[in-house]
Design a protein around this ligand. Structure first.
Ligand code: PGA
Length: 253
């Protein structure tokens, strides 16, 4: 079984105290994870250390940053390096979330550099891709998302790409309450996996978890995660509510 992941993306929400309470509640209410199941909390940068401490010793529970900078160190005021994450015990980072692409003008090319530096430091990237509404309406979403993969991750070696997580997040479904249907998500995620087969091979494509993100909630998680090419979710809004996120974890296949 491929790794199945319930990943929370808190974005710029919660105080430290609220975050700690949420994390503790989710962990105390959630089921015993199987070997191939993981929970990841992508928390705001100031809370990374506290979050790492709270999950210490918990099997298959990891803390992620929401972004990193593509340089090792230096005069980049306000940015966060992978070495800093490593020194805290952070194991994962989101890279290329559509909000980063839109509000902070991150390009596929910049994201390729972020992917490289993360892998060089053994930080697992959760690479986000996905199309805006206009592209979906024009029916060209497959080509649009494939280009994101080509320009940001398909330069990696077979061994490197086997270490990353992909999150397909159609922009029109993020925070809108409008979820892609399980058929729509399965169709494009199957296509993305076929692109990995094309650039690498079947065995490699079979390893890489592809998450779905965009208005995942307790009510639709089971249906989405039940699809063969959906290996869990990257969850924004619903990850801020204990019972919602616990149900989403329960929905992992
Ligand atoms: P959402 O966000 O679940 O609130 O739609 C998902 C994401 O942006 O990762």
């Amino acid at each position: 079984m491929r790794i199945q992941i319930a990943a929370a993306n808190w974005k710029m929400n919660l105080t430290l105290q609220q975050g700690e309470q949420l994390l503790n509640e989710v962990l105390s209410k959630s089921k015993q994870l199987k070997d191939y199941e993981q929970i990841i909390f992508a928390v705001p940068a100031p809370y990374l250390q506290a979050a790492v401490n709270l999950v210490k010793g918990k099997k298959n529970v990891f803390i992620a940053a929401q972004n990193i900078y593509q340089k090792k160190s230096g005069a980049y005021t306000g940015e966060i390096s992978v070495e800093m994450l490593q020194s805290l015990g952070v194991t994962h980072t989101i890279i290329g979330h559509s909000e980063r692409r839109e509000y902070f003008h991150e390009t596929n090319e910049t994201l390729a550099k972020k992917i490289d530096i993360a892998l060089e430091h053994n930080i697992t990237p959760i690479f986000c891709c996905g199309e805006p509404l206009g592209i979906r309406e024009a029916g060209t979403q497959n080509a649009f998302v494939a280009k994101q993969l080509v320009e940001s991750i398909f330069h990696l070696s077979k061994n490197e790409i086997s270490k990353i997580v992909i999150a397909y997040e159609p922009i029109w479904a993020i925070g809108t309450g409008k979820t892609a249907t399980s058929e729509q998500a399965q169709e494009i995620q199957k296509y993305l996996r076929s692109q990995i087969v094309k650039h690498y091979d079947e065995k490699t494509a079979d390893i890489v978890p592809i998450l779905y993100g965009g208005s995942v909630k307790a009510a639709n998680a089971k249906e989405l995660f039940g699809q063969p090419d959906i290996d869990g979710g990257l969850v924004g809004g619903a990850s801020l509510i204990t019972d919602e996120f616990v149900s989403i974890i329960d929905a992992l296949k």
